[in-house]
Design a protein around this ligand. Structure first.
Ligand code: NOJ
Length: 500
């Protein structure tokens, strides 16, 4: 059923982007290359050989972007800082003042318009110079990331009060180092993702403590990270094995990072047990899942002020019994599940739209992590079409997903504080290039000026923001009642229409 209502008064409505996906200016004014620059410059790597060299040209369009954000009426704007634009070689001996100026202009413009900047420190564009020393497989990156973050807090923290360390660390670890289809293209699914995630968790905690100790007392902001998760629905909800499989899937996807940070400094039990057992079957001397020391657990536990996640779709999960193939590192194999996403959906959509998964997911997080304050930091739909200004499918997606979030807030008592749509505008969608499109604004990538045009969904979203949700319009209430007793009900035909 559709539910009408509004969110709390200070609800944070926003839109999101990331540096590599919109900025362009890939080598402008002394910016260093990132691993995505290197990767996209190799022909064949990206659909249609697209690159982020120019993207939406946001590096040169601060005023235009601010104007559109103001027109939408958002309360916050989530964007990321390009590490190699600020430190071209990844280290703080290479500060690029032009990069710093760019972000200062953007942040000042936001603050002047009463829009809260929500800043991601790492949205996948690692300085190439740091990949050259091993990327996230090298634990000195903990220190280097901390030094970058420290510089950002010091430079922008007087105006930025909402920080996110990593965007989707699961994707960094798994897609970059497991299946290896994102740079740095390490294909080592059984081991590297676990080691990399271990380093990412330590790096996150380190940056959290730096903020907490050095900056929070004077700047007073909050800090967290954005985790990616799809709701996992058990295929047969009456089968306890499917329920367990779905839960296992949630723990491997979300719990991998959320359990250490929001619970006890350590990985979920089911992860330790599953990976440990399989490692034993493989006659390995120890589990492929690394172990935190007691001191590290203490250091990692509690290192996020609020719970932030990105979500797009839901999955159907079944328990599988074909798990005794210890040398297969297929992810689903590792966790003994089969994942399916065959929900009915529009053929053009990138992911299946399963709005009710949003409400279940919010409730799962509420239960699992003891009712934390929650921000949805990405949600939206990618559609494979060049011109989708008249994007009713996207309106339907937002309407239904936001409505399920509203139910979770109003009916289930989920402590939901904000909703950020992905994306502010059409942008570079990683391996897929400029197709599909996720934007509330269309960008014409064939035009060197990269003009932006609001889609219908932008108008719709701004209405939701203005109304702070989906209130029932006074005149639109469904009218319940009866007609007079002798009311005449009948049906009609006409001779020519029903007779041969
Ligand atoms: C998650 C990522 O954070 C973002 O970069 C990407 O464009 C969207 N999902 C859509 O796939």
């Amino acid at each position: 059923m559709y539910f009408y209502g509004t969110f709390p008064e200070d609800f944070m409505w926003g839109v999101s982007t990331s540096a590599y996906q919109i900025e362009g200016g890939w080598d402008a004014d002394g910016k260093g290359p990132s691993i995505w620059d290197t990767f996209t410059h190799v022909p064949g790597n990206i659909n249609n050989n697209d690159t982020g060299d120019i993207a939406c040209d946001s590096y040169n369009k601060v005023e235009e972007d601010l104007y559109l954000l103001r027109a939408l009426g958002v309360k916050n704007y989530r964007f990321s800082l390009s590490w190699p634009r600020i430190f071209p070689n990844g280290r703080n001996n290479s500060i690029n003042s032009h990069g710093v100026d760019y972000y200062n202009r953007l942040i000042n413009g936001l603050v002047a318009r009463n829009i809260t900047p929500m800043v991601t420190l790492y949205h996948w564009d690692l300085p190439q110079a740091l990949q050259d020393i091993g990327g996230w497989e090298n634990s000195t990156l903990i220190e280097l990331f901390d030094s970058f973050a420290d510089f950002c807090f010091q430079t922008f923290g007087d105006r930025v009060k909402f920080w996110l360390t990593f965007n989707e660390p699961h994707v960094v670890a798994w897609v970059g180092y497991g299946i290896g289809i994102f740079p740095p293209n390490v294909n080592d699914p059984g081991d590297a993702p676990y080691r990399v995630a271990h380093t990412l968790l330590k790096a996150h905690a380190r940056v959290y403590h730096t903020y907490d100790r050095k900056y929070r007392p004077s700047q007073g902001g909050i800090i967290s990270l954005s985790l990616n998760v799809d709701w996992a629905e058990p295929k047969t909800p009456s089968d306890p094995r499917d329920i367990e499989a779905a839960d296992r899937y949630m723990q491997f996807l979300l719990g991998w990072f959320a359990h250490p940070i929001f619970k006890n400094g350590d990985y979920p039990d089911v992860m330790k047990w599953t990976v440990g057992n399989r490692s034993e079957l493989q006659n390995l001397p120890s589990s492929r899942l690394p172990v935190f020391t007691a001191e590290e657990r203490e250091y990692i536990r509690g290192t996020a002020d609020v719970f932030c996640f990105n979500t797009y779709t839901s999955k159907i999960v079944t328990h599988t019994t074909t798990r005794l193939r210890p040398f297969s590192y297929e992810y689903d194999q590792e966790i003994s599940v089969t994942v399916d996403s065959s929900w009915p959906s529009s053929a053009l959509a990138e992911h299946r739209a399963v709005a009710w998964g949003m409400r279940r997911l919010l409730n799962w997080i509420k239960e699992e992590y003891e009712n934390p304050p929650i921000y949805i930091t990405e949600n939206g739909v990618g559609i494979k079409t060049k011109s989708d200004v008249d994007d009713n499918a996207r309106i339907f997606y937002y309407k239904t997903y936001i409505d399920e979030a509203l139910k979770a807030y109003k009916l289930d008592g989920v402590n939901l504080r904000g909703y950020v749509a992905w994306s502010f505008m059409d942008d570079f969608e990683w391996l897929s290039g400029y197709d599909p499109r996720f934007g509330l604004h269309q960008v014409d990538f064939d035009n060197p000026n990269r003009p932006r045009t609001p889609k219908r969904s932008a108008v719709y979203y701004s209405e939701i923001i203005r109304n702070n949700g989906i209130p029932l319009p006074r005149d639109d209430g469904f009218l319940y009642g009866e007609f007079p007793k002798n009311f005449f009900w009948s049906v009609a035909t006409a001779a020519y229409q029903v007779r041969n």
